[in-house]
Design a protein around this ligand. Sequence first.
Ligand code: 5GP
Ligand code: MG
Length: 198
Amino acid sequence: MNGATSNSPVIEPNETEHDAESRARSIRVLFSEKRIALRIEELADEIAAAMPKELVVISVLKGGFIFTADLIRALHRANFEPEIDFLKLSSYGAGTESTGDMNILFDLSANVADREVLIVDDILDTGRTISLARQLLVDRAAASVKTCCLLDKAERRLVDIQADFIGFPCPNEFVVGYGLDYAHRYRELPFIGVLSET
Ligand code: 5GP
Ligand code: MG
């Protein structure tokens, strides 16, 4: 699925290749904007009942940034005062399969020693990303490490790990939107869906 294939759509006048591709592709909604928003309020209450107010929220880039932004504001409504930090680990490249390679691409700025930490990511798939992130924080002497993923593709797991807080179980399909990309696109969609050719 890229613009260089022989079945690329015809590019109309005043249209970029990108526009033509978007027009030719539709997205089937799996989790609507409203459903995500309602679930995040519940998740914040679950987290508030289980963790201290001064927690450090660690957002896993890039995919986790939109979910984190909404979750921390829901935590604020639950009277929490989280500190926010970011971590980027190597993830999928331009395709849809995991390479198994994991490196720190962008490190935390916070000192997490003796802090209660919540790792926030978009989706738990093979489990490699969350397990590496978790291990990193344990190695840096965090007082406790919990994990929160909006989506859980349980069938795909290769590493034995569960998240402490899960938004929704996710079918075994490649999803986009709400922070999740396909080849660097679709992160801005307010809902989560599956790409389908029209
Ligand atoms: P894991 O390390 O658990 O295999 O993969 C986690 C990361 O892979 C996620 O944070 C996400 O960035 C990416 N990923 C896994 N499944 C999907 C998917 O269905 N769609 C998108 N866009 N990214 C995914
Ligand atoms: Mg990710």
